[in-house]
Design a protein around this ligand. Structure first.
Ligand code: NAD
Length: 425
């Protein structure tokens, strides 16, 4: 068997799967990972592609394609969201699954990494069509999911209602209620208090830590947020409550900015009423491109991948980039930001609050014992703060950026578990 790594495909690339492998290759060298473990971790453990037939409201029959990828399960069952988006690709899901492995290891929860997705345009589908799609997709992937095997969660354009349908479909198949099969569910069926804002809250906790390390006062620090969905809208409101000043926000339709500050609560109401932040009266119209380059102290990309590139990285004015989204920064942009002294809080740290409270939700479901929100937030803060400090220490020790530090912690943990378990048979 070959244990050599083909690095020809590992150049910084716009393909997110190549990007994910490139990031692993870099840390492998940094921490002296053995070639055997490196080779093992470079591949997903399992990839499932499914065809999902759906009867649409007008009676037409359509086929959708979906995926579930399990990257690594050395530290526990696989965990990761499900994305409904027209641009979903298998490579994207493989990258997101690998990132979940590192994320769970970084915050030290006993899960491996997985991700799922369906190529579809949920905005153009009715609730009934979405329900049919979700239920059939769940049924197709039920051969590999389960509370001890692989636990899905929400991601882009998937909601607590969609999680409820996943829970119900799985439960109907086995014949009894299994709340622990999915997280991000509504509270009424075993969801956790605090899960809806957990990604954003975790992001806030690590930004607070970064501000402290860099000696920047929080009160009045200017924040720009790209994407105003689950991660972005709660990040904006929680950061505003904490004393930060939200100066720009955007969603898929465009953005709005005001250097004197935007009313985060008002924005939330406007978004919920109109479906977009565009047209909000308290600011001027900007594009998504402008938003990334807007004058601010903290930039929070909270939409999709690959938005910070070699072209806009030199123009980013923030001192901290907190990656609420997965994979927003291309490797060449990462290097430019590091050289310019911008602290990038990597996705596996900055958005790990979501999976951390998902873990709490799963623990509560399995134990049939539910906690108060204060307790959940306190436990989240403890995990996020520790992960930040470990990341920072490793970044300093290896003289690398925060992504390098986070990967050094996470990949070492997964490598240790993989090595201890050995090879079966
Ligand atoms: P969401 O569907 O709730 O929101 C996505 C937001 O991004 C929407 O406001 C949408 O309008 C906006 N958007 C879409 N395309 C855009 C574009 N081209 N430019 C600007 N904005 C655009 O999704 P979410 O759950 O908030 O996820 C956002 C990111 O956060 C994703 O990368 C996801 O993987 C990551 N994330 C989410 C969670 C979570 O718990 N929801 C956890 C970890 C990571």
């Amino acid at each position: 068997m070959s244990t050599s790594i083909d690095r020809s495909a590992t150049q910084a690339s716009e393909n997110v799967w190549e990007m994910a492998k490139h990031q692993l290759d870099e840390v492998a060298q940094l921490i002296g990972l053995s070639d055997a473990i490196h080779l093992y971790l470079r591949q997903p453990k399992r990839v499932l592609e499914v065809s999902v037939p759906v009867r649409m409201d007008d009676g037409r029959f359509r086929m959708f394609t979906g995926y579930r990828v399990q990257h690594n399960m050395s530290r526990g069952p696989a965990k990761g969201g499900i994305r409904f988006h027209p641009d979903v690709t298998l490579d994207e899901i493989k990258a997101l699954a690998m990132w979940m492995t590192w994320k769970c290891a970084l915050v030290n929860i006993p899960f491996g990494g997985a991700k799922g997705g369906v190529i579809c345009d949920p905005k153009a589908m009715s609730m009934q069509e979405l329900e049919h799609l979700t239920r059939r997709f769940t049924s197709e992937i039920s051969i590999i999911i389960g509370p001890e095997k692989d636990i899905p969660a929400p991601d882009v354009y998937t909601t607590p209602q969609i999680m409820a349908w996943i829970m119900d479909t799985y439960s109907m198949q086995v014949g009894y209620s299994v709340p622990g099969v999915v997280t991000g569910k509504p509270i009424a069926i075993g969801g956790s208090l605090g899960r809806d804002k957990a990604t954003a809250r975790g992001c806030l906790y690590v930004v607070d830590e970064a501000m402290d390390v860099l000696g920047i006062p929080i009160e009045g620090a200017r924040v720009a947020v790209q994407g105003f969905g689950n991660a972005g809208m709660h990040a904006a409101t929680l950061m505003a409550e904490r004393g930060y000043k939200i100066v720009a926000v955007s969603d898929s339709r465009g953005g709005v900015a005001n250097s004197k500050g935007l009313d985060a609560r008002g924005l939330l109401v406007h978004k919920l009423q109109t479906g977009s932040v565009v047209g909000f009266a308290g600011g001027e119209k900007i594009t998504n491109k402008d938003l990334l380059e807007y004058e601010c102290d903290v930039l929070v990309p909270a939409a999709l991948e690959k938005v910070i590139t070699r072209d806009n990285a030199p123009k980013i004015q923030a001192k901290i980039v907190a990656e609420a989204a997965n994979g927003p920064t291309l490797p060449e942009a990462d290097a430019i930001l590091h050289e310019r002294g911008v602290m990038v809080l990597p996705d596996i740290l900055a958005n790990a609050g979501g999976v951390t409270v998902s873990y709490f939700e799963w623990v509560q479901d399995i134990g049939e014992n539910f906690w108060e929100e204060d307790e959940i937030n306190a436990r989240l803060k403890q995990k996020m703060t520790r992960a930040f400090r470990e990341t920072y220490e490793h970044a300093q020790r290896h003289n690398v950026n925060m992504r390098g530090g986070a990967y050094a912690v996470a990949v070492s943990r997964v490598a240790e578990a993989t090595k201890l378990r050995g090879l079966y048979p």
